[in-house]
Ligand binder design. Sequence first.
Ligand code: UDP
Length: 471
Amino acid sequence: MDSSGALHVVMFPWLAMGHLIPFLELSKRLAQKGHRVSFVSTPRNIKRLPQISPDLSPLINFVSLPLPHIDTLPENAEASIDIPAQKSQSLKMAYDGLEAPLTTFLQNSVPNWIIFDFAAYWLPEVAAKLGVPCVYLSLSNAASLGFMGPPSSLLGNEETVLTIEDITVSPKWVPFPSCVVFRPHELVKIMEGIGENESGVSDAQRIGLAIQGSDVVALRTSVDFEPEWINLLHDLYKKTVIPIGLLPPLVQDVENEGDAKWVEIKEWLDKHERESIVYVALGSEAILSREELNELALGLEKSKLPFFWVLRKPPGSTVDESAMLPKGFEDRTRGRGIVYMSWAPQVRILAHPSVGGFLTHCGWNSVIEGLGFGRALVLLPVMNEQGLNARLLEGKKVGLEIPRNERDGSFTSDSVAESVRVVMVEKEGEPFRTKAKEMKEVFGDRNLNDRYVDGFFRYLEEHRSPDGTSS
Ligand code: UDP
C-alpha cells in the first residue's frame, strides 16, 4: 500500500466504445480521489479515447496490449465499431488472447483491485492466483441482469436455465410483477448471444462466470431508479452488489467548446425553439436493415418535426452514405432536419436547450445521457438487452416504444411518426415529458450520483489487498 493510502486499480473494459467510455469515467473519478489507475486496452482504442484533463492524467496510466492476430478478424479491428456485428465473437477470441500479457502485467504491478468487464470471464481465476480481489463492473442496469437470473441460469444449470419459452414471460425468480421481458421477434438475436459460438464461450457463460468468480458485482445504476431490481440482485448473487450511480458525463469533460464540428452543429441547434428538436441516434453498434432505415427516414419526414439524426454506415460498407436514404429525402427535409454521418458529440447535443426528445436504441449509456438532461425518449431497441431496457423505461413512464410487428419485428413510417409526435408534442405524451424531466435529477445530478461512487470507493479502500502480497 502506498504511504498516502491511495489505491492502485487496474481497469480492463471490453472493446466497445459503450464500455471503454464509462470505464474511463470511473477511472477519472478514482483519480479525482487521488487513486492511481492502470487503464488496460489495445493501442487503437487508447488513441480513440477522449482526452483526460492535465490535472488527472498523471494518475491514469494507459497500458497498451496489442490484440493477438485472429484469421477471421479484419486487420486493424480492435473494437466493435470496426467490425460487423457477426464478427463480434472473433473479437472475443482475440480478447481472450490478452490473458497471458495481462497476467504478466498484473504479476509485475500487483494492484489493490482489478475492475473488469463481462467478456473477461477468465480474469477472476487469474486475480485469485495473484491474491488480488476483483470487481465485475456491469454496464447494464439491474433489471436486465435480474432478468437473466442467478449465475447458475447463465451457466446452463438445467434447473434454472432460461429457456426460449420463459424469456418472453417474467422469469420465475422475479418476485414482483414486471413488464421486463423479450418480445418474440427479438429472440433470434438473443439466442445467438446465449448459444455457443466460435470463441467457445457464449456471452451468457461469460456473464455467469464473471458474476460467479468476482468478489464484488458493481453496476452502473442507482437505488433512486430501480430499487426493486437491485434488491433482487442481492438475493440472486449472494455476494456484495454495489450500485455505483449513473456516472453522468460532464458536458465540459466531453468535447471542446471551440471544436469546429461543434460550432457548426450549435449554430443549427440555436436556430430552433426550445425543446423542439428530436435527436435520433442508435449508438455505436446497432445497424438497421435497409427497410428499417427507409421507414425511420419516412417516419421522421411524416412527423413534420425538426430532427437531428446521426446515421452510421455499416463498418466496411462502401455505399455512398446518401444512397442509404429514401430518394429525395434530404431535399424534402432540408432546413428542418439534419442527417449527420459521422461520430457526433452526443452529450453536448442532448444538453442543448433546443433538443426536447431522444429517439434511441436504448443502449444504457444513451439512456443515461438522455435522461440526464430530462429528454423524453422514443424507444427503438435493436439488439442485445435493448428490448429489456425499452420495457423497463416504458414501465417507468419515461418513454414510448415504437410499435413493431410482434412476429417479424418490422415497423412502419406511420408508427415512427406517431410515436415521435406523441413523445414530443401531443397532449397524450405530456406524462412522458413530465416524468423524463423529473428523472433529470436521478440521472444527471452529479452530487446525488457521486454519493454512490464515493460509497463504492470506500468499499474498495476498506477491502483492498495489500500491495505485493496475497490477501
Ligand atoms: N456516441 C457518440 N457519438 C455517436 C455515437 C455514439 O458520442 O455518434 C456515444 C454515446 O454518447 C454513448 C456511446 O457512444 O456514450 C454509445 O453507448 P450506448 O450504450 O448508448 O450504445 P452502444 O454503442 O453500446 O450500443
